[in-house]
Design a binder for this molecule. Structure first.
Ligand code: PBG
Length: 325
């Protein structure tokens, strides 16, 4: 007996053009934000063993690298400094001659039209590797906020286009907004790492920034088990004035992305983190997956879940793959 379905979804899948015109989500070059690592005291780019294809750049090559990426179509970069001048509170970050300020000035001079974002944290500038001031074995929230205010005003003075605090301190967006506005930087937007989990997927990043950090960030980053709190964290930051919200990491937290998307009208970003990158690379290098197809599918999953922007180490490859069509 022949069975005849009432409705046939396959009608709209019959040709490439049909599939194309009913496609719900798209990845565009301007959706991508590329993380760039700049290390003090090196003369040539250094490969990062745990992240094949990603390098740390000397300051002298930052401008050239950004110009090259601009030519490929990159429109936004987020800068991470790997400092030689570490101390207990990360004071290099609020020095006008510090690594962060110098990198921002170099980047803006090289590619004035590119959106230059600074990752605003302390972990790459403290000798203990925590994301703030440590008091009695824990990061002191409110002292860290005071330092963060000094840091973001320094970044703004250096010409940064957008501030991106990643330390998961309570009240960080309100503190940053107040400091920026007070110094006349009303126009500088803040992209908050608003829902950031204490994740094992950051493993390779620790290698990338040479962090000798051995402890845990469980007292400030979120427990991966918590979905309601994940929403509350981002809504709190929106209430404090965050212009863009973010979920980090990505693939293990698509439910969190979708939930925030339903509750906020602000642009939403996702950070496809080092461990996510390294896992795809390892599988691709082992010859067991099609790297391009898997990366594009992953990016579309972020868009489908509700993200507008994607921070990813695959940004350069994606620009090439998008251009190929
Ligand atoms: C530190 C910071 C981390 C990342 C970005 N900023 C690591 C951490 O919180 O331990 C991770 C980035 C990545 O894994 O790609 N505030």
């Amino acid at each position: 007996m022949t069975i005849t379905p009432d409705f046939r979804f396959r009608r709209l899948r019959r040709s490439p053009v049909l599939r194309q015109i009913v496609r719900e989500h798209h990845l565009r070059p301007e959706d991508l934000i590329m993380p760039i690592f700049v290390q003090e005291g090196i003369a040539e780019p250094v490969d990062i063993a745990s992240m094949p294809g990603v390098q740390r750049f000397p300051e002298s090559q930052l401008g050239g690298e950004l110009r090259r990426l601009w030519q490929l179509g990159l429109r936004a970069a987020i800068l991470f400094g790997v400092s030689d001048n570490k101390d207990s509170c990360g004071s290099d970050t609020w020095s006008d001659d510090g690594l962060m300020a110098r990198c921002i000035r170099t980047a803006k001079a090289a590619v004035p039209d590119m959106l230059i974002i600074s990752d605003n944290c302390f972990c790459e500038y403290t000798d203990h590797g925590h994301c703030g001031v440590v008091v009695e074995d824990d990061v002191d929230n409110d002292q860290t906020l005071t330092n963060l205010q000094a840091q973001v005003v320094t970044a703004a003075r250096a010409g940064v286009d957008m501030i991106a605090p990643s330390g998961m301190m309570d009240g960080m967006i309100a503190a940053i907004r107040e400091a920026l506005d007070e110094d006349g930087y009303h126009h500088i937007p803040v992209m908050s790492y608003s829902t950031k989990f204490a994740s094992a997927f950051y493993g390779p990043f620790r290698d990338a920034v040479d962090s000798n950090f051995k402890g845990s960030r469980n007292t400030y980053q979120m427990d991966p088990a918590n979905g309601r709190e994940a929403l509350a964290e981002s809504m709190q930051d929106e209430g404090e004035g965050a212009d863009i919200l973010m979920v980090k990491p990505g693939l293990a937290y698509l439910d969190v992305i979708a939930n925030i998307r339903q509750h906020s009208n602000q642009p939403l970003a996702v950070y496809h983190v080092s461990g996510e990158y390294a896992m795809i690379k390892a599988a691709a290098n082992a010859g067991v997956i099609d790297e391009k197809a898997v990366v594009l599918e992953t990016m579309l999953a972020f868009k489908r879940a509700g993200c507008d922007l994607i921070l990813t180490y695959y940004a350069e490859d994606l620009l090439k793959w998008l251009a190929e069509g």
